[in-house]
Design a protein around this ligand. Structure first.
Ligand code: BTN
Length: 327
């Protein structure tokens, strides 16, 4: 007996079906049925257990669906540009190859799982099923030094999409980690290719990994990562979230220069780092500082213990009391 047999019975049942009925039908113990129900719940099936009546299948876990994403993007200019994959090494790699081959702005590569997801600073990014792995090609007409704020604005766009689908309002840990309850819910890796002759961006790939329906994480992540499902108590429709991300990134692309100040203001409002003691990590050195604000290009404005001030544009900043804090 597998959990699939239990699932088939639950799917076929017009009314709640008891553990006793299932154990008889399948020729296994009630404990085995109970165990299978637990496994199915762990995979995202919503199964109600009503006393004296039995089990009822209320909802199935969502599978990423190109058709559903397309439906949710009706009339949207990016609608035909969604590439949905079961498994890929890294959606950023795949999107970079498409971009280099001339794919238009708004091409989004969306995967159920990645086998070699990449994070910032050469780290790997755990990319198991239940998450949403999404990379979007943007083609801003600008030099790299005019795009310093892009990664921060991407975090705002992602937070908007999460809010639209779940009602939760993520904060942002500088420079671009959306967080819920002080834990990381999403990682963002933006990669830029430059045309050497003109020093203009050829393309940007905004890579976004959102913890959606995971209920647990590997031990090294459990204290620092959360998922939308863990926060809301409900499974997330990842196809709806993918469509919301595409819409939000398209808005961001249009706002990148003309509404820059307004979007930076929204970044500031969400930025959980401001007003906190931080540690700035550069190479092997770490400097304590106070995060006083966010500048016009989304740089972190800091004050050092000796009273001098500075601006941090890149690198790692740990926030005292938050995940990843380095003493
Ligand atoms: C980080 O927090 O270090 C950034 C993680 C970025 C992960 C996303 S998942 C989709 C895209 N594909 C990748 O290989 N990385 C990004």
């Amino acid at each position: 007996m597998t959990k699939h047999d239990v699932l088939s019975l639950l799917r076929a049942a017009a009314a709640p079906v008891s553990g006793e009925q299932m154990s008889k039908a399948l020729g296994v113990s009630r404990a085995a049925v109970h165990k299978a129900v637990g496994q199915l719940r762990g995979e995202g099936y919503t199964i109600e257990a009503a006393t004296n009546r039995g089990y009822r299948l209320l909802a199935e876990p969502d599978r990423l669906s190109g058709a559903r994403i397309g439906q949710a993007l009706a009339e949207h200019p990016w609608r035909e540009r969604m590439v949905v994959l079961q498994s890929v090494d890294s959606t950023n790699n795949y999107a970079k190859n498409l971009a280099a081959a001339g794919a238009p702005e708004g091409t989004c590569v969306i995967a159920e799982r990645q086998t070699a997801g990449r994070g910032r600073r050469g780290r790997s990014f755990v990319s198991e099923e239940g998450g949403l792995y999404f990379s979007c090609i943007l083609r801003p007409r600008a030099a790299p030094q005019e795009l310093l704020h892009l990664t921060a604005l991407t975090a705002v766009a992602v937070s908007d999409a999460i809010e639209a689908v779940t009602g939760m309002q993520p904060q942002i840990k500088w420079p671009n980690d959306p967080v819920l309850s002080g834990k990381k819910v999403c990682g963002i890796l933006t990669e830029l290719s430059v045309v050497a002759e003109s020093n203009e961006a050829e393309y940007v790939v905004a890579g976004i990994g959102i913890n959606c329906n995971q209920l647990g994480f590997p031990p090294e992540l459990s204290g620092i990562a959360t998922s939308l499902r863990a926060e809301t108590g409900k499974p997330v429709d990842r196809s709806a979230l993918a469509a919301a991300l595409a819409r939000s990134l398209e808005r961001m692309g249009r706002a990148l220069f003309e509404e820059k100040a307004a979007w930076i203001a929204r970044f500031r409002e969400r930025c959980v780092t401001v007003g906190k003691d931080v540690v700035i990590l550069r190479g092997d050195t770490s400097s304590p500082a106070y995060a006083a604000g966010v500048g016009p290009d989304a740089e972190l404005l800091v004050v050092y213990p000796d009273g001098t001030s500075g601006a941090v544009s890149s690198g790692e900043v740990s926030v005292r009391g938050m995940y990843g804090y380095a003493e």
